[in-house]
Write a protein that binds this ligand. Structure first.
Ligand code: SF4
Length: 331
């Protein structure tokens, strides 16, 4: 089995140094591009409504991610991915499907766990024979995750980490993750800052997300390293098709194709109106089949052949319900 990269950093002592360097950033927090400059070590709270300890809103084995992550029954690697859902978020997407844990700020802060407990959760997942550890919405807790990883690696963790992010990440922080994260799973939500502001409430989403993806690509490239059909190392960019093309699919796919046509894309059709999108007329419907086909045609036009596509009807089976924290995704 391929060894995850962080183990060699752990043996050399570099992993603990990275954890220390990342922790330093929490004293005047610039962990993400919001640059709030609050002291999170003293539990001062700003845009992501998160203090020092990591908020774990849910953790579960998830079988609904891309087949190279979750596995599939035909290939007998259907072990799922051990997802850890971090609570609160540095974005405020009006259509967030995880809004119960990402924007229910005051309530989710009650789900803080110690760094040691986060390490235990990683090891608990490994004991269930999952394919990888999935860090879902990890951006605002990167220092705490790396500190927990030091403990987990010491205690036998040897699964790759999947960094499943909205991509509103700081390049400086991503540089400190080089050699720690083997699988990047970033969203590219909008090609235009205007819609990022309108629907996710940050003024510069497209600018920062593109820079973050350039850094992930610098670290990992476009090659997917698979073992028994399961991803061990690679970059897969997710693009959620939005109604009325608010995601700017043409420009988004053009950007990716100009970077490298071999990059794997996960084209997602699972949008359904939820949360505040229900009150926004132009977002208050599912995507149409024609919208889906148009983006599919764009993939062909830009020569993007690698990746995964959700079926058009997929919205009905990707609906999480975080009222059930132990099994939010029903199979
Ligand atoms: S991680 Fe949170 S506190 Fe830190 S800069 Fe981002 S939004 Fe602000």
């Amino acid at each position: 089995m391929t060894e995850p990269s962080y183990l060699s950093l752990h043996r050399s002592g570099e992993l603990i140094k990275r954890a220390e360097m990342l922790n330093e950033l929490l004293y005047s927090c610039n962990i993400c591009p919001k640059d709030c400059n609050v002291n999170r070590v003293e539990n001062n709270i700003a845009a992501c409504y998160s203090g020092y300890l990591p908020i774990v809103s849910s953790y579960c084995v998830h079988h609904g991610e891309e087949p190279v992550l979750s596995g599939c029954s035909e290939e007998e690697n259907d072990h799922g991915i051990g997802n850890i859902f971090f609570g609160n978020c540095n974005l405020r997407c009006v259509y967030c499907q995880n809004y119960e844990i990402s924007q229910n700020h005051k309530s989710e802060i009650k789900n803080e766990v110690s760094i040691e407990r986060l390490a235990e959760i990683m090891l608990e997942h490994q004991s269930k024979n999952v394919n990888a550890i999935g860090l879902v919405s990890p951006t605002h807790f990167v220092p705490q995750i790396v500190s927990a990883l030091v403990i987990a690696a010491e205690n036998g963790l040897r699964l790759p980490l999947v960094y499943n992010t909205n991509s509103y990440d700081s390049v400086e922080v991503l540089i400190l993750l080089d050699g720690i994260i083997d699988i990047y799973l970033p969203d590219l939500k909008y090609s235009d800052n205007e819609y990022g502001y309108k629907f996710s409430k940050v003024k510069d989403y497209a600018t920062h997300a593109k820079n973050a993806i350039l850094e992930m690509y610098r670290q990992i490239g476009s090659k997917l390293v698979l073992e028994n059909g399961i991803l061990q190392r690679g970059l897969v960019i997710r693009h959620l098709i939005l109604p009325n093309d608010f995601a700017g699919s043409r420009e988004t796919l053009k950007f990716i194709s100009e970077l490298d046509k071999n990059i794997s894309i996960s084209l997602m059709s699972q949008f359904y109106p939820v949360h505040k999108a229900l009150e926004i007329e132009l977002l208050s419907r599912n995507i149409r089949e024609r919208e889906y086909e148009k983006v599919f045609d764009l993939m062909e036009e830009f020569g993007l052949e690698n990746g995964f596509m959700q079926e058009f009807e997929s919205e009905s089976y990707y609906r999480p319900d975080f009222n059930d924290r132990t099994e939010p995704f029903k199979r």
